[in-house]
Design a protein around this ligand. Structure first.
Ligand code: SF4
Length: 399
């Protein structure tokens, strides 16, 4: 299988739209020349987006971290505080959360990511209350938040089934799940980095339940905590199998582990080549998932730009606030004009998208580019404790 001619014939089949097996995917991921793998993925992307293949998308969102208090203690996580750690732990009140939503709307954001720890007191009622308050005040904001881990946790706290938990938070305002907590789905690497989280099978089972209840999601992969290539491909297989049954995963988003301030010292990050190979193999292997997202937040803008030539059709979000991966060392930031410029320099036409990927604004004429550079990504792990707004947001408030 690893003979050059065999690899090329699998690449040709994949580029032409044929389904490849996990074994073939592993061989390509490991042994195919990088550019050939990228070219096959780009061929798949172009065919999937025939007519709009010249466009690459981004979204403006705010990631609101509502608490860092967490009972799950994942070893890769630099964000959480144990419940007994009163000095480090914090929570946001509803007024603070609504103020952040208001700033998001003022800056043209369309989506809220509600992301936080597994707080020992936060059951279904907490999320119902907050989602309802956000939707009452800002019905135009899409709540694309949480994942199977939070659902498992809140259902346990409230003593209800995951079906009931999903139904209730959906009715309260949750639009879709963000696919957080997938980390690595196969058992060995998952136990090594997140021993208290639900199993990968359970994560998928809850996502499958959500899809059946009409709540779609994205899917993610955390790369670079010591997993093998075979385990990365197994992660993709597990997602593809569920997607064959539900069709509920809108996108796949791999991102790289950030090694600072956590309990996994000594583990290596995935290399940028490994990351690009993952983007490409995901585009080739996940023939039933519509979108592949390049994650510039953890890999940098240049790699995000390159990912658009390796199968990605979307660069994700310009985040007005983010504190989770930045706590672990992610230092990349950008603003709207930079992302537009970056996409143009990758020879694509930028488009701001909705959560469900419709194009909201196509930037096909530089003369009409937005002039408001205040749409910045907010990368700070210290600002959260005092609930401090980004300086640009303060400026906006002052105006
Ligand atoms: S990754 Fe999430 S669940 Fe795990 S320790 Fe961090 S906040 Fe808690």
């Amino acid at each position: 299988m690893t003979e050059k001619a065999d690899l090329q014939s699998v690449l040709d089949r994949a580029a032409a739209g044929g389904r490849i097996t996990p074994e073939e995917a592993l061989a390509l991921y490991r042994d195919a020349p990088l550019h050939a793998l990228g070219a096959a993925a780009d061929a798949v992307r172009r065919r999937r987006y025939a007519g709009i293949e010249h466009i690459a998308t981004y979204i403006i969102e705010r990631n609101i971290n509502y608490t860092n208090v967490c009972v799950t203690a994942c070893k890769f996580c630099a964000f959480y505080a144990a419940p007994k750690d009163k000095d480090k732990g914090w929570t946001r009140d509803l007024d603070d959360i609504l103020r952040r939503c208001a700033e998001t709307v003022e800056l043209g954001g369309t989506q809220i990511m509600f992301q936080g720890g597994h707080h020992p007191d936060y059951g279904v009622e907490y999320y119902e209350k907050h989602f309802k308050a956000i939707k009452d005040a800002f019905p135009q904001l899409v709540i694309h938040s949480l994942g199977a881990s939070e659902v498992e946790h809140m259902a346990r706290i409230s003593g209800v089934s995951v079906e009931e938990a999903i139904t209730r938070i959906h009715e309260a305002g949750l639009d879709s799940f963000a696919g957080a907590g997938a980390e690595l789905l196969p058992a060995r690497p998952r136990k090594a980095i997140a021993p208290l989280k639900e199993s990968g099978e359970r994560w998928l089972e809850i996502m499958e339940t959500a899809h059946r209840l009409g709540v779609e999601s994205t899917s993610t992969m955390l790369m670079g905590t010591g997993e093998t290539n075979a385990e990365r491909i197994e992660h993709l297989r597990m997602i593809r199998d569920v997607q064959d049954r539900t069709g509920g995963f809108r996108a796949f988003i791999p991102y790289t582990y950030q090694p600072e301030n956590n309990h996994l010292k000594g583990r290596t990050q995935a290399t940028l080549f490994e990351y690009l190979r993952m983007i490409a193999i995901a585009r080739v292997f996940l023939d039933n998932v519509q979108h592949i997202q390049g994650s510039w937040l953890t890999t940098g803008k240049e790699v995000g730009q390159l990912s658009l030539h390796y199968g990605a059709d979307d660069l994700g979000s310009i985040m007005l606030e983010e504190n989770v991966v930045s706590s672990a060392g992610a230092k990349h930031r950008s603003n709207r004009l930079e992302i537009i410029d970056l996409i143009r320099k990758a020879d694509r036409v930028p488009a701001q998208r909705a959560t469900t990927y419709e194009h909201l604004v196509v930037h096909d004429d530089p003369a009409n580019d937005p002039v408001d550079e205040r749409v910045m990504s907010h990368i700070s792990s210290t600002a959260i404790e005092g609930g401090t707004a980004h300086p640009e947001l303060k400026l906006l408030s002052a105006n």
